[in-house]
Design a protein around this ligand. Structure first.
Ligand code: NAI
Ligand code: MG
Length: 486
């Protein structure tokens, strides 16, 4: 395969353009953010977070135990009862707005730390994660004093204390998705970032302190799954918001069965990205690449199953391969990088296992020819061509830059295949015909469906799944509801 880009017609190499990191000041050790202060953990234990691109240790963070969770929940409850619940909504809004502004002010620092801690390309963290996180705070700041208009005659009331547990793929953005609507609706928060990527959430804790949010309204604690489980089990928690694996989502649902706790679960996905023969093919190829390869496929809504109408399959696959050859895999801090590091050794092992599984299933494997860095955790963008519905690589979430390709003839066939999966988070449709789009969007069992685009996000637009992808919606007016009772 030539490296020449058959779509845009250029064939030249970029020089390295590394983002500076000399302005980044990380402490060697981070404590728990509870009741407005950074406090030492009762466990007296700390664990390391690494840069997956270099395997270097970045910092140590506190490991909260059940006692620490208890203290954080008590701080949140105290702040809820004494301050936040009583505060006029328009005053609450000012704090949320202030957080958004400081995120913007510190955008560069946050983006660089996000890429260092999680391995995602700086282009992604700089142009998507951080600005979208700020936008979420801006957006929900606007709703805080308009809840009566959002839900007329329904007298919305806050729930109390929200325990929020987030994953490693969008650390700051997921924190914003969780915290902003909770605060706007008058709840207080205990949030736990993922153990692999705690640093931007801890920076957000610094920002929250700088914004002089009343003590205890937002508490940010770090730890592993047992910390999360203690948060879920705590009797004074009223609401659980979780994003992560379907396995842990199921554990949480069992743990709260029979309690009054409300929950929203945003879990895995295995989205169908469907290309019809009347689609603008070059645009679709770009959308396929954006849907699965950017951000290493570490996206729950990633377009990981490609369906191409048979008559254009050869053309689409040929153009896709050519475009893939131009993708730059490497240093996340290089501004030209398209695909950064896989988030952890465990995740890379999981992806590599699936590469073996797909090959054993007899599928044609295509990987790009460019070399990947020797140090750090990397995976080349990969295709499994000639996949079938029964293949494990089609049915199971891989969470890496791996795309399966299936062909179809009729619209009925592709709807059947797209839906025949345990997940239902998102989908994409590429066609010139509006009627086909509307037909499909009404029949695909997915929470979000993009037409002639992919992975587009906006704070005003709700996001969430069907089936094993979870329930509840985040974003938009819908995203307020899980934090309210009527
Ligand atoms: P995970 O679901 O174990 O971790 C997500 C969060 O839940 C982390 O903060 C973790 O500390 C916490 N957690 C773990 N066990 C818990 C428990 N029993 N109770 C409460 N909280 C708990 O995800 P993991 O292991 O990092 O990734 C495994 C797979 O999950 C990935 O390969 C991918 O397929 C999927 N995943 C999906 C995500 C999504 O956005 N839907 C995000 C991350 C992973
Ligand atoms: Mg890390």
């Amino acid at each position: 395969m030539k490296t020449e880009d058959t779509i845009t017609g250029f064939d030249w190499k970029y020089s390295a353009a590394p983002e500076a990191k000399d302005h980044i000041k990380l402490k060697s050790q981070y404590d728990l953010f509870i009741n407005g202060n950074f406090v030492k953990p009762n466990s007296k234990k700390y664990f390391a977070t690494y840069n997956p691109a270099t395997e270097e240790k970045l910092a140590e963070v506190a490991q909260a135990n059940a006692k620490d969770v208890d203290i954080a929940v008590a701080a949140a409850k105290n702040a809820y009862d004494k301050v936040w619940k009583k505060m006029p909504a328009k005053e609450r809004a000012k704090y949320i707005f202030r957080i958004a502004r400081v995120i913007q002010e510190r955008a560069r620092e946050l983006a660089v730390i996000e890429s260092m801690d999680g391995g995602k390309p700086i282009r992604e963290s700089r142009d998507f994660d951080v600005p979208t996180a700020a936008n979420h705070f801006f957006y929900y700041a606007g709703w805080a004093d308009k809840l009566e208009y959002a839900f007329p005659n329904r007298h919305p009331q806050s729930l109390g204390i929200a325990a929020q547990i987030i994953p490693w793929n969008f650390p700051l953005l997921m924190a914003a998705w969780k915290i902003a609507p909770a605060l706007a609706t008058g709840n207080t928060v205990v949030l736990k970032p993922a153990e692999n990527t705690p640093l931007t959430a801890l920076k957000l804790a610094e920002i929250i302190q700088e914004c002089e949010l009343p003590a205890g309204v937002v508490n940010i604690i770090t730890g592993f799954g047992d910390t999360g489980a203690a948060m879920v089990a705590h009797p004074n928690v009223n609401k659980i918001a979780f994003t992560g694996s379907t396995d842990v989502g199921k554990i949480i649902q069992k743990a709260i069965a029979g309690t009054n706790k409300k929950a929203t679960l945003e879990l895995g996905g295995k989205a169908a990205n469907i290309v019809f023969d009347d689609a603008p093919i070059n645009q679709a190829v770009e959308g396929i690449v954006n849907g699965i390869f950017f951000n290493q496929g570490h996206v729950c809504c990633a377009g990981s199953r490609l369906f191409v109408q048979e008559s254009v399959a050869t053309e689409v696959i040929q153009k896709l391969k050519a475009r893939m050859e131009t993708l730059i895999v490497g240093d996340p801090l290089d501004k030209n990088t398209d695909i950064g590091a896989i988030n952890s050794k465990e995740q890379l092992d999981k992806i590599n296992d699936y590469l073996k599984i797909g090959s054993k299933e007899g599928l044609e494997l295509f990987q790009t020819s460019a070399a990947i860095p020797k140090k750090g955790f990397y995976c080349k963008p990969t295709l499994f061509i000639g996949a079938a519905q029964s293949n494990r690589v089609v049915q199971e979430e891989i969470f890496g830059p791996v795309l399966t390709i299936q062909t179809f003839r009729t619209i009925e066939e592709v709807i059947e295949k797209a839906n025949n999966i345990p997940y239902g988070l998102s989908a994409g449709v590429w066609t010139d015909k509006g009627s086909k789009i509307f037909n499909l969007t009404s029949k695909l069992r997915a929470g979000v469906i993009w037409a002639n685009t992919y992975n587009k996000f906006d704070p005003s637009s709700p996001f969430g799944g069907y089936k094993e992808s979870g329930f509840g919606r985040e974003g938009g007016l819908h995203g307020l509801m899980p934090y309210l009772k009527f």
